[in-house]
Design a protein around this ligand. Sequence first.
Ligand code: NDP
Length: 254
Amino acid sequence: MGTLSGRTALVTGGSRGIGRGIAERLARQGALVAVHYGTNREAAEQTVKGIAAEGGRAFAVGAELGLPGDADALWTAFDAALARHGGGSGLDVLVNNAGINAHGRIHEVTEADYDRVFAVNVKAPFFLIRQGLDRLRDGGRIINISSGATRIAFPSITAYAMTKGALDTLTRTLAQDLGPRGITVNSVSPGIVATDINPWLADPAEHARAAGYAALGRVGEAADIADVVGFLASDDARWVTGQDLEASGGSALG
Ligand code: NDP
């Protein structure tokens, strides 16, 4: 019996990359997993199929984030799909993983880029949590995917790094607010992970440079992050809240 048997999880951006790894991991722990996607339904269905092939339970839920009413749209789709898949109602684990990058030093970032990255990376998780609080059961988990870029300065992604700083503040503040309900709220901060968000890793020289950031000498994989999320979602992490756990292979330690 898995550590999350009988529990339901929602992973935003579960269709690809780190989110897919998290969805697979939580399903292996026994959770029924809602695999959220923005536009790439096919990728979400592939995640669901992969989970089913391993004996797990999952279903896809689509809603584009960063638009007015996005949180309501996602929860409406979630409620309907959960009922269809025999999950009853309610949620135990919410993973706010969906995110986009915004490249450029401060003078290169347009107002539209800035608004977009904050809408997807900050406003959407904020309202997803706000609208989801009556669904989230006492003793539940909220896990926000932040970034090592909150600790290590990367001027080429200033606006993006700021969004993750805001998310970390949300994590700490909500942990205090939701503690009386036994809900833990934590962030996980990946280092550089080989996913679609980093197409530049296809260049072998860039890949080697990225591997060089980590004390452990390689680029991260989705599973490296997913396993940490799996721990935070489990009962083993019951006494951990309001924390940011960096999973970066020891990037830029000294
Ligand atoms: P990917 O680009 O591989 O995947 C992004 C996921 O987010 C997809 O599932 C995508 O859905 C979803 N998504 C993106 N934009 C929207 C939107 N507007 N509405 C709804 N869904 C959306 O990214 P990663 O897996 O690399 O990143 C996952 C998280 O990890 C992000 O928050 C990112 O900031 C963070 N992170 C990543 C690092 C890395 O090096 N990869 C490092 C540090 C943090 P769809 O498939 O439908 O497009």
